[in-house]
Design a protein around this ligand. Sequence first.
Ligand code: ADP
Ligand code: MG
Length: 248
Amino acid sequence: MPATDAPPMVRLRGVQKHFGALHVLRDVDLDVAAGEVVVVVGPSGSGKSTLCRTINRLEPVASGEVLVDGVPVPAEGAALARLRADVGMVFQSFDLFAHRTVLDNLCMAPVMVRGIPKAQARTEAMALLERVGIADKAGHFPAQLSGGQQQRAAIARALAMKPKVMLFDEPTSALDPEMVAEVLAVMTSLAEDGMTMVVVTHEMGFARRAADRVVFMDAGAIVEVAPPEQFFAGGGSDRTRSFLSAVL
Ligand code: ADP
Ligand code: MG
């Protein structure tokens, strides 16, 4: 659970974003405390991915503030690269490097970006593979792994950079149903270990169990923010209630 008086790990203030004529983020304000797990839900096209991507500036914003650990996200250059090293991201598609082993996938960025000695990077990577339950796959190539194993490798790869915050954008949406649970279990254990997490997902069970707060987005705006027990009780706005009746 988040400490009450710590400065937020992520702060969005008055964030506006357009794609041409489309207003995709409408005056978005959100604070994510250190150690907090925020689950973002909402209909397809409501701006959830865009919100996630503004946090590490994969999407620049037209106006408003984005801060990570109290520092405004830089527009470009080395400062932006440093920021991105602190913000781990896991997507729907596992996007591991296909021609590298799982172990190499985990070691590349720590060695090249953080300047960690190779031997140390390998030791730390093996510990992470152990943690996500695929240490036996270290020498395999991504295509030799199941989807669930690949996504666990992708999570371990993001963790190898020792990020301050982890962003997950529908990390289980591309998985066969029997593999969803193993990925959610890894995410739940990360949450329990105190990782700051922003998770876009349609897995309402995960939101109930793991979220400190649920954010409901609709048409580019944050419509509701509530602890899961309150959010799922359905006492919120009409839009929230109609969304819940469609997904529950
Ligand atoms: P969600 O993740 O909630 O499904 P997105 O953030 O992906 O929503 O998209 C929000 C809206 O912005 C959608 O209408 C989508 O079609 C549009 N959009 C997303 N990315 C782009 C882009 N690169 N160019 C133009 N429109 C985009
Ligand atoms: Mg999306």
